[in-house]
Design a protein around this ligand. Structure first.
Ligand code: IPD
Ligand code: CA
Ligand code: CA
Length: 264
């Protein structure tokens, strides 16, 4: 693991690039919309990608390449470089593209740097509110300059649970079936539209849990570290092979039990 001073430098680099990418995205949002020419689709007709997503990734990749040419890269819009330092940057240049293209506020830039043990530093920036969440492994999580405190003790029946839905119709049908079991036994459900912000909402106590069944590394690399650093239980791996559950400890076990029972 790099020395603490280097971790601070890595965090500052990630914050600087996330804010710069956010400015680029803000400048473009007013002139873009979901039905604009040039908005293409990826995994399904409802999975858009725009020139703004690509411009944001280019800005971040150029900045990382200038500052840390030996580090690896993994970006949603195609950035890929093998690491010669043991560190790899995992980038979602615009998380919440649908919200962005509808002119909404809830989209973000997500940047993490990982070593062989997972995320070392994570930064999620929400340009429309100017809020930046960040964390360094074993050193806590912050919203701007404010250190985030511990999570509330909530039973499942009082939990506000965030989730997200796949772009793939068949998978959505399964997710809807699961919601039929979940909705009656929790306080309520939220579908924010940015996985990175959903994870920050768990860290921030504006939700008690977040889960999603089909998620990519760049969606969650930074936010999962931020949630974990305030004491959230974050489950991936064998239980949710392609998904994630992040929850306050009091909610994690009953929610995990319900989700795995229903998904079995
Ligand atoms: C999506 C958002 C959404 C989640 C999807 C992601 P994108 O990312 O995070 O909340 O439900 O699974 O793909 O496509 O806007 O970068
Ligand atoms: Ca994403
Ligand atoms: Ca994205």
């Amino acid at each position: 693991m790099p020395a603490a001073s280097n971790l601070v430098d890595l965090r500052e680099l990630a914050v600087r690039l996330a804010i710069a990418a956010g400015e680029e995205l803000l400048a473009r949002q007013r002139s873009l919309s979901i039905d604009a020419a040039g908005v293409e689709t990826k995994s399904s007709a409802n999975d858009p990608v725009s020139a703004a997503d690509r411009a944001s990734e280019k800005l971040i990749v150029d900045g990382l390449t200038a500052a840390r040419p030996g580090d690896g890269l993994l970006g949603e819009e195609g950035a890929s470089r093998v690491s010669s330092t043991g560190l790899t940057w995992v980038i979602d240049p615009l998380d919440g593209t649908v919200n962005y293209l509808y002119g909404r506020l809830d989209w973000s830039v997500s940047i993490a740097v990982e070593d062989e043990n997972g995320a070392l530093v994570g930064v999620v920036h929400q340009p429309r509110t100017g809020t930046t969440w960040s964390a360094v492994r074993d050193a806590g999580a912050f919203r701007d300059d404010q250190r985030l405190g511990s999570l509330r003790h909530t039973p499942l029946e009082s939990a506000l649970v965030a989730t997200g839905f796949s772009y793939l119709p068949d998978r959505r049908a399964e997710q809807a079936a699961l919601l039929q079991d979940l909705l009656p036994v929790v306080r309520d459900i939220r579908r924010g539209g940015s996985a990175a912000l959903d994870l920050c909402s768990v860290a921030d106590r504006t939700a008690d849990a977040y889960y999603e069944h089909l998620i990519q590394p760049w969606d969650v690399a930074a936010g999962a570290l931020i949630a974990r650093e305030v004491g959230a239980v974050v489950v991936r791996g064998p239980v949710f092979p392609q998904g994630i559950l992040a929850a306050a400890p009091s909610v994690a076990a009953p929610l995990q039990e319900l989700l795995t029972r229903r998904s079995a």
